[in-house]
Design a protein around this ligand. Structure first.
Ligand code: COA
Length: 172
């Protein structure tokens, strides 16, 4: 499941990513538009263990660690989860980077690459992303990666989100 971009290696999560991912997600800016609560270290570890034990094999995709190729530093987590927002979608896109990595086009580079992999290797037919209406950076990333506005949804306890969608490019 390794995906390489000019600056990033997107690879399967490992249990030893727990510390760095817990640190990234402990920053309020990172979770501001994803429910607002940072996961505990145990929750991050559990999520990684579930990915390794079943999620990757059950679904053929999952969240990936985003590692800078030059330094091997993990700067975020990008990838697909299954979705309850719309069961006709194959997967829901998620992308979170450490604030120190923002503003350099890395999210766009990562999301383009996972979509390419998802449509090409996994033959996904439709991917969605739920974006908080105030999350302008996320919306911009989605738009640059070809996602378009589909509709609003009310997520219990989280409020109104805008759902964006994308299908494989013609010919795939
Ligand atoms: C969303 C996120 C992944 C973007 O990462 P990034 O690497 O900075 O993204 P990129 O540099 O590829 O692109 C960001 C785009 O948003 C734009 N942008 C950033 N902040 C913005 C703002 N406040 N208003 C409008 N546009 C903004 C940038 O200018 C850029 O667009 P451009 O290339 O047209 O100039 C990052 O901010 C993040 O991790 N946020 C917290 C987690 C999150 O909200 N994830 C999304 C959940 S749906």
């Amino acid at each position: 499941m390794d995906i390489e971009t000019p600056r990033l290696r997107l690879r399967a999560l490992r249990e030893d990513d727990t510390g760095v991912l817990a640190r990234i997600f402990s920053d309020p800016a990172v979770v501001r538009y994803s429910g607002g609560r940072s996961p505990t270290v145990e929750e991050v570890r559990d999520g990684i263990r579930k990915h390794i034990s079943s999620h990757y094999s059950d679904h053929g995709f999952g969240l990936l660690a985003a590692e800078l190729r030059e330094t091997e530093e993990v700067v975020g987590r990008v990838g697909f989860l299954t979705t309850e927002i719309d069961e006709s979608a194959d997967a829901e896109l998620h992308y979170h980077l450490a604030p120190g990595a923002w503003g350099n086009g890395l999210a766009t580079e990562a999301v383009r690459a996972v979509l390419d992999w998802g449509f090409g290797d996994r033959h996904l037919s439709r991917v969605i992303a739920a974006i908080h209406p105030d999350n302008h950076a996320s919306r911009r990333v989605a738009e640059k990666c070809g996602l378009t506005y589909w509709r609003e949804v009310e997520l219990p306890g989280a409020g109104t989100f805008q759902v964006y969608e994308v299908r494989p490019p013609a010919g795939r």
